[in-house]
Design a protein around this ligand. Structure first.
Ligand code: SAM
Length: 493
């Protein structure tokens, strides 16, 4: 991984439009109760979604770079499923159960998890809606996945937490002391606006999901089947969290299309998220076992509108199952808080196409709506950035610290604080590559400073930069440009 292969926003709406399932065959044989029986009516909001994509750049890097938004869904990543690593073999009795089995995941050992009475199949996999009502201090969470996977996930932190459920009267408080407010933003629906000064680097949200859908269900289930499971997942949430989900943007106005609405709300607001699984080794120590991809809605984070030079960055922390959102620059009171839904290091037309096709809006941010000659200059800079990244990531050809510094300047000119750690990473490598250890350490520290809040600690580039700071001369990049060019000499800086 490198700070260079960005993914769009983690929002899951990159789902190929209209839906993954090409045939919209209505299965009248379903035994689902009519929607009315779910016992709620929908709230609604505006429209809108988020997604992700890889920049697709090929590299000859000896080490992948860190250019990526942590959680964005991308068609590419959807294909690269690590699912096979997951021992469906763990499947106990739970995974063998027929459809329409009893609620409550095997009445065993006071599990906090309940299971929907209706499940749906994709090939040999059976997907059901599981709920943990007391999770997240009573916010609750619903997962659509297989019984085998819930056994794995429900037995590891944080989903194994067992707390007494809240009584129906208990209301989850709104996030205490948030530095922002929900505001109607003309042309964008609801957005979040800073209500006080926010310093760069401040964490402004820490949110656990309302509904998580296994990527295999998300991509494999027919729309109708997914909608039915989503409706169950939403109904199973505690009242307050359910209401917040149903109030998100995307619901369909049509009378009688509640399932469509739930489906649209989910696809409009879901982020790509990955949960790392652990298993206990023979010594009794928890060790990494694999990863499971989900698409997840977070009722608060999903209020953030898009900007091509966003003032917030975020990543999904698998250990705490929470979305962490940080200010990437100082924000003034009254400024709208924004994230990016797409890879912002692309020409305007590509960004706009993506936003229009996936979330049905035209971006009016300064990078998109400036005078044509200003947009053209911005596009030129983007082209230069992509070219420089290709050169710098090819460790077999000549590149220089000056090129990396130019890349950094271009990130700054484009207002891409949200991705600046990627440039710091390359500058650090290039200075180390010519034996300039002091400058290399300076940029490695900057990369860590920004990269940790924007991508989280669990990234190869973070380890790499830490190694470089600890000892530049033992880092793989030490004088590598000189070696490649046959210029290695005895001297070093
Ligand atoms: C995840 S929601 C964001 C919150 C949403 N505005 C709401 O009212 O809940 C995504 C939707 O918001 C709207 N949106 C987000 N960013 C926008 C922007 N820059 N310009 C116009 N509409 C935007 C679009 O309708 C998009 O489908």
């Amino acid at each position: 991984e490198s700070p260079g292969d960005y993914s769009d926003l983690g929002l899951a709406a990159q789902w190929p439009s209209p839906f993954t399932c090409p045939t919209l065959v209505v299965d009248n044989t379903t035994s689902c109760p009519p929607v009315a029986e779910y016992g709620f009516s929908l709230g609604h909001g505006a429209d809108g979604p988020h997604d992700s994509q890889s920049d697709g750049a090929s590299r000859t890097s000896r080490e992948s770079t860190p250019d990526a938004a942590a959680t964005l869904s991308s068609p590419t990543s959807l294909e690269a499923q690590p699912a096979a690593q997951h021992p469906e073999t763990i499947s106990s009795a739970a995974s063998q159960q027929p459809h329409h089995t009893q609620p409550a995941i095997e009445e065993e050992k006071k599990s906090p998890w309940t299971r929907s009475t209706i499940c749906r199949r994709v090939g040999r996999d059976e997907f059901c809606a599981f709920a943990h009502q007391s999770f997240g201090s009573g916010q609750g969470i619903s997962l659509i996945t297989t019984p085998a996977r819930i056994l794995i996930l429900g037995s590891q932190p944080p989903l194994d937490e067992v707390l007494p459920p809240l009584s129906p009267e208990q209301v989850i408080p709104e996030t205490a002391s948030s530095p922002y407010q929900d505001v109607f933003v003309p042309g964008k629906g609801i957005g979040l606006v800073a209500s006080e000064p926010i310093r760069a680097g401040r964490r402004i949200m820490l949110a656990t999901p309302a509904v998580m859908v296994d990527d295999r269900a998300f991509t494999g289930l027919r729309k109708e089947d997914l909608a039915i499971l989503l409706a169950q997942a939403v109904v199973n949430l505690p009242k307050t969290h359910r209401a917040r989900f149903l109030n998100l943007s995307g619901s369909v106005d049509d009378e009688g299309s509640q399932l469509d609405s739930i489906h649209k709300i989910f696809t409009t607001n879901a982020f790509k998220t990955t949960i790392k699984t652990v298993e206990t080794n023979l010594a009794g120590v928890a060790v990494p076992a694999g990863e499971i991809d989900f698409h997840s809605t977070f009722t608060e984070v999903s209020r953030l509108n898009h900007d091509c030079s966003p003032n917030l960055g975020y990543y999904f922390d698998s250990d705490t199952l929470s979305h962490k959102v940080y200010a990437v620059r100082d924000v003034f009171p009254g400024e709208e808080l924004t994230i990016s839904y797409v890879d912002v290091i692309q020409p305007r037309s590509v960004r706009q196409d993506r936003l229009r096709s996936t979330w049905s809006f035209s971006c009016t941010c300064p990078r998109c709506s400036a005078e044509p000659h200003v947009v053209a200059e911005s596009d030129d800079r983007v082209g230069q950035m992509l070219q420089l990244r290709r050169e710098l990531d090819d460790y077999s050809i000549a590149a220089t610290p000056e090129k990396a510094e130019l890349l950094l300047t271009l990130y700054e000119l484009e207002g891409l604080a949200v991705r600046i750690y990627e440039a710091y990473y390359r500058v650090a490598l290039e200075w180390n590559g010519v034996g300039e250890s002091a400058r290399a350490m300076k940029y490695a520290r900057l990369c860590l400073d920004k990269g940790l809040t924007l991508r989280g600690p669990d990234r190869p580039f973070v380890d790499s930069m830490r190694e470089l700071v600890a000892n530049p001369t033992t880092h793989w990049s030490w004088r590598f440009r000189l070696k490649e060019k046959g210029k290695e000499s005895n001297g070093s800086s």
